[in-house]
Design a protein around this ligand. Structure first.
Ligand SMILES: [Zn+2]
Length: 386
């Protein structure tokens, strides 16, 4: 039986590169082939009855890969460079939605600080990141140019939270106080809904830390660090609340593969709705105004070619549908059964399917059917049709 690992690296181009290294060892492993065109490594097992355990040593110089992944630190981008497995940046081989152990070693000059989605420690001129049993696509790291960054800490819910800030745009004291309050209230609210703390050993989340970056990157949840764009004017603590929500409702918990029916209803629409429910529960921001805005965005595409069914959001390919239509449909049904009940359904969905491999859209509908059978069929129809 053959199975493959995705890898963004173009192996063919590296055949003569002396800094490139790939060694494969394994139990129950007969052979492996590098399929350059498909950007995959294919493995053949000795026996189909037994699992194959694979150990790979994989190395390259970042000078080579920097041309392919992320935006390297250079004159045009002097501040930060995030490497992540989302956005098709497969800078190491993995099988999505499985678990693996990793030991990553980053060699970086003194002028660069490395942070990663799992804790790193410095050893000589290397940064070492070791983590066991992680979701295979969850290793991200960022290079920060120390000349342009300072590391600060703030207290959130009594925990020390590192803040990586660009010197040219530091948060004011009142922005920091506001952020600490909003994020602590969000951690408390989501814990009350999902039953699990933000800080969770099981999920590998030992710290919360926040990286502010130049505006050309989007907001991201990267396990132990969240990243947020910032410039002279924009800074929005509630953007980070959405990222916090991905700790429970996102690609490292709800393991529905890209390409599956409704994948981005599960990975994004539910989380967008839950941030509004945080606003509703705490009164910290005007969630009804946000819902109205999303209703308007959806109304603008309704009946046009851009409108499609949530079930067809196999990839994050239509923001109006994923981020507006999805939450609006949830809102319509929440008005019928009560908002607290819709929140209870979403909380229960997380509890049942947290880190379960092979999640499907149907698992969400079956959770609805168990808790509120009277809306399950109709909600399913709404999500399946335009
Ligand atoms: Zn999101």
């Amino acid at each position: 039986m053959q199975f493959g690992m995705r890898s963004g690296l173009d192996f063919a181009e590296h055949d003569t590169d002396s800094t490139f290294l790939l060694s494969v060892f394994g139990d129950n492993l007969q052979s492996y082939t590098i399929l350059s065109d498909e950007r995959q490594i294919a493995f053949v097992r000795n026996s189909n009855e037994q699992a194959a355990h694979i150990r790979m040593e994989y190395g390259y110089s970042n000078i080579v890969t920097a041309f392919r992944f992320g935006k390297p630190l250079n004159a045009n981008n002097p501040t930060a460079d995030i490497w992540e497995t989302s956005a098709e940046e497969f800078y190491y081989p993995f099988i999505a939605n499985t678990h693996m152990d990793i030991r990553a070693e980053f060699v970086a000059p003194d002028s660069v600080e490395v942070i990663a989605s799992y804790p790193v420690h410095r050893q000589g001129d290397s940064y070492i990141c070791e983590a066991k049993n992680i979701i295979s696509h969850s290793l991200h790291f960022a290079y920060l140019n120390k000349k342009h960054y300072i590391v600060d800490t703030i207290g959130i819910c009594g925990k020390k939270v590192p803040l990586y800030q660009m010197k040219k745009r530091l948060l004011s004291d009142s922005e920091k106080a506001d952020m600490a309050n909003v994020l602590c209230r969000a951690a408390e609210y989501f814990e009350s809904v999902f039953g699990d703390s933000y800080w969770s050993e099981k999920h590998g989340v030992s710290v919360m830390s926040i990286l502010f970056e130049p505006t050309f990157y989007g907001l991201r949840q990267n396990v132990n660090f969240m990243s947020s764009p910032i410039d002279d004017s924009t800074y929005y603590a509630f953007g980070l609340v959405h990222e916090m929500g991905h700790r429970w409702l996102g690609e490292y918990n709800l393991l529905i593969a890209d390409g599956q029916l409704g994948a981005y209803f599960i990975k994004e629409s539910l989380n967008v709705f839950m941030r509004m429910m945080f606003g509703r529960a705490t009164g910290l921001y005007d969630w009804q105004q946000e819902m109205q805005k999303r209703r308007k965005s959806y109304d603008e595409i309704k009946g046009t070619k851009r409108d499609c069914a949530l079930i067809d959001m196999r990839y994050n390919s239509n923001f109006d549908v994923v981020y507006s239509k999805g939450p609006v449909i949830l809102d319509d049904f929440a008005q019928r059964i009560g908002y607290d009940e819709m929140v209870r359904i979403i909380g229960e969905f997380y509890r049942r399917y947290d880190q379960k491999i092979g999640l499907r859209y149907e698992d969400f509908i079956s959770t609805v059917a168990d808790l509120h059978p009277e809306i399950a069929d109709e909600l399913d129809r709404r999500l399946r049709s335009i």
